[in-house]
Design a protein around this ligand. Sequence first.
Ligand code: F6R
Length: 611
Amino acid sequence: MCGIVGYVGPRGSEAVLLGGLGRLEYRGYDSAGIAVISDSLESRKRSGKLQQLRDELVANPIHDGHTGIGHTRWATHGAPNDVNAHPHIADGGKLALIHNGIIENFSELKAELLNVGVEFTSETDSEVAAHLVARAYRQTGNLTEALRAVVQRLDGAFTLLVVHEDEPDVVVGARRNSPLVIGLGEGENFLGSDVAAFVEFTRNALAIGQDQIVTITRDTVSVIDFDGNPVEPEPFEVTWDASAATKGGWPSFMAKEISEEPQAVADTIRGRIKGETVHIDGFDAKTLADIDRIIILGCGTAAYSGLVGKYAIEQWARIPVDVELSHEFRYREPVLGEHTLVVSVSQSGETMDTLMAVKYAREMGARTLSICNTQGATIPRESDDVIYTHAGPEVAVASTKAFVAQVTALYLLGLAIGQANGKVDAATLATVVRDLEATPTLIETVLLQADRIKTMAKWMADTQAILLLGRHVGFPIALEGALKLKELAYIHAEGFAAGELKHGPIALIEPGQVVFVIVPSPRDPNSLHPKVVSNIQEIRARGARVIAIAEQGDAAVLPFADEVIPIPLASPFIEPILAVVPLHLFSMELATAKGLDVDQPRNLAKSVTVE
Ligand code: F6R
């Protein structure tokens, strides 16, 4: 959480920082602030969304300079007000510091500073770091060394950026368990929580490792570890297009990102299917064939993609797959075998719960694979291997296109293992590969129903609670649909395995209760279609209002559903990728009909970098 940007170069800092913060606002939008050095250091900060800061800068302009730092906050310590907004100022107004993360020992450090007469203006943990760096700077006279001295004393997770009026052409950053990447320009350099901060200006980036400190000037970038030893940062090229991080004429990032779901699948497959075989970089056939168990880790939507992946991997590779919420996995003693592969799924690649779970799995000797959407992010760097989902930047806080890309990547993994261990026969492999290649076009067909779904959502704007039912791969889709409705439309929504209904949840059904049912294809001889149709009848008999997401032409559903959202004919494992699209659209449209901000729902941040 919290977005961070730093700049040194010939451009006016204010515009660079505000542009970067605009692209990082998905990380938190409780407040925003910048500090710029011209002749002296000046800062402006405001609670609320970035627009409040923009308005403040119009009302109360800053003397623009060529060095600056900017921050967009997701509040942890201290209310989301002007005072607690970053930057935090110290050293009599000469030093500014911004922070992402949590300084766990801030109470002790604050007590120590209060004892020596330091005055605090905010309730944040971050201000402690600002005063500590100011005091260290008085001793060292060097901003890099001052920050290095301070990080030794901090527990927890942090990215810190600091500027000082006496070193007007320098920004210094430090990171531990929170993200920070470097953007390399010509005669200018950038720092950002992720590449979106500077993608408008440069595609050349450097990844900074854990416990490292970076110092940028216009022409130099130097990185040292917390002990002061020089470090060679790893270069990478940013493949995201700057325009990909803009709305491009859509009313919201979410609307644009849902429209990009076909492309997200196509780009995730690209280069990984050769003929009728699947290739995963970093894994030879023997390593894949040796994997005898998989544990998938993730949170929220990422975990639900893992649940869909479980059904497919077990079917194709015939190895057991467990899916665990990252924060649960880490705090117990899981049994990991020599050939267990721990697969983390994360759009941001920064989710602290998942990062810590991956580290834990590695400490326990497991091989780790990251399925991630963000280049240069921490989780892939901390993992043995990575499959990047090429969904492009996802700016809306709630995940949509990343989900379909994650499911696709997990399918590719399942096929690659099944192919290597011989458990998937050539004919099945060829069919699934062809089905996957056809999926983007099928999603396009589902998207054609956007207007109808919008109309449905408008009618239902007053709905207070929605239940969702699915079986097999339809079950995780019900969970994903419920999560989207909660976080976007702020209504109670719950997904159930349809078979579980009679074990309790059916008590919730009363006349008028809206229930979405994900109906499997009737064409598959092993399909659970008849059972789901029976479930529909059971809830209909109790007055439920049923909205079925069912295969086009499924005549058995028609008499029992109030509405049918048809999805095109597809094989069983492609169905969930299609069925989720109407749920993404419906959640967005219901939130829009209620007048809510679909890109930045209340209380949330996209990149959850605190535990
Ligand atoms: C839901 C959503 C979250 C994320 C979760 C994991 O729409 O976006 O549930 O899926 O916080 O985030 P990543 O994938 O970045 O690890």
